[in-house]
Design a protein around this ligand. Structure first.
Ligand SMILES: [Zn+2]
Length: 112
């Protein structure tokens, strides 16, 4: 698999970018891409960009994640919010949150 430069129409060479930010503030190291030997523009294959997106998701989850065990209160399952997060988000008892399931592995809490 090789890519052709859209500007120069020349074959691009497989390179490894030392650092690449697909999303601002989420740097990834050693990212595979293709670089034009003439104009030095670079591009990604579909598979490379899928890999970059997956790695970005993992990096974001690790950066912001808190691990909590699900407990039980009455007939409901409960997840406690970490104190640091409560302070940061300025949450208080009685606030409303909307629970939005994204897929079978992710839930978003929307405050207010
Ligand atoms: Zn080029």
């Amino acid at each position: 698999m090789t890519l052709r430069c859209v500007k120069c129409k020349k074959d691009m060479a497989l390179v490894q970018l030392p650092v690449y930010e697909h999303e601002k503030g989420v740097p990834l190291e050693k990212v595979a891409a293709y670089e034009c030997q003439s104009c030095h523009e670079w591009a990604f294959t579909e598979k490379q960009i899928e890999d970059v997106e997956r790695r970005t998701d993992v990096a974001k989850a690790r950066r912001f994640g808190f691990i909590r065990k699900i407990t039980v209160s009455g007939r409901s399952l409960v997840v406690n919010l970490p104190e640091d997060l409560v302070k940061h988000m300025k949450l208080a008892k009685g606030n409303s949150v909307r629970i939005v399931p994204l897929d079978d592995r992710h839930i978003v809490l929307e405050v207010g």
